[in-house]
Design a protein. Structure first.
Length: 207
């Protein structure tokens, strides 16, 4: 739980967080799906979560944002405090360790700890800005520009510049078709930006 200690939270709050239930989930584990009411809010200790919307009729997904280390998922937070059903999927992007914060703890900490409220606001602003950026990209940017930004973002905090993913998965993330993604990646490969292998994409000269 040493990661929690880097969040500038009160000592007593950190102790309470340590008492909360922890959960390790595998890749593609469903945290929340549309129609569910969240029973807890996850804090990511390691790993990451995907928050996405899926249109069942069109069989398309669109990535809204990722929840990474030291962040909470604001979509589940809203579901918990308002007792509303979720409109989105929240799924583990990779094997992840989570701390599960209950509704009772959330309301208690809002009254007791200033740093908890600051932590919540910081997360909201971050995820709201990412969501607005995604909407702007969909409306204003060509798919090749969006794909380039997606690839850079996926390797942003890693020395490993290889993304292990299928073209179909990336297409779902960006709300387009596999054929379109494959065509653009082939174009990137010819221009020396990426190196393609089965199930992986290595970034070489993408910025």
């Amino acid at each position: 739980m040493e990661i929690i200690s880097t969040l500038n939270l009160e000592i007593e709050l950190i102790k309470e967080i340590h008492k909360s239930k922890s959960l390790t989930v595998n890749k593609n584990y469903n945290i929340l799906k549309p129609g569910d009411i969240a029973k807890f809010v996850p804090i990511v200790i390691n790993g990451s979560l995907r928050v996405f919307y899926k249109n069942k009729n069109l069989k398309k997904e669109i990535l809204l944002y990722n929840v990474i280390q030291n962040q909470i998922c604001f979509s589940s937070y809203i579901s918990v405090i308002k007792n509303n059903t979720s409109k989105v999927f929240i799924v583990a992007e990779k094997k992840s360790k989570l701390i599960l914060i209950s509704k009772k703890s959330i309301f208690s900490w809002q009254e007791k700890y200033k740093s908890w409220n600051e932590f919540i606001i910081k997360n909201y602003i971050n995820q709201h800005e990412i969501l607005l950026e995604s909407i702007k990209d969909i409306g204003l940017n060509k798919i090749d520009t969006r794909l380039k930004k997606y690839l850079v973002q996926k390797t942003k905090n890693s020395f490993n510049k290889t993304i292990y993913s299928t073209h179909e998965f990336i297409a779902n993330e960006l709300g387009t078709s596999r054929v379109v993604i494959s065509r653009i990646l082939k174009k990137f490969e010819k221009s020396g930006k990426v190196e393609l292998s089965r199930g992986s994409i290595k970034l070489k000269n993408v910025s």
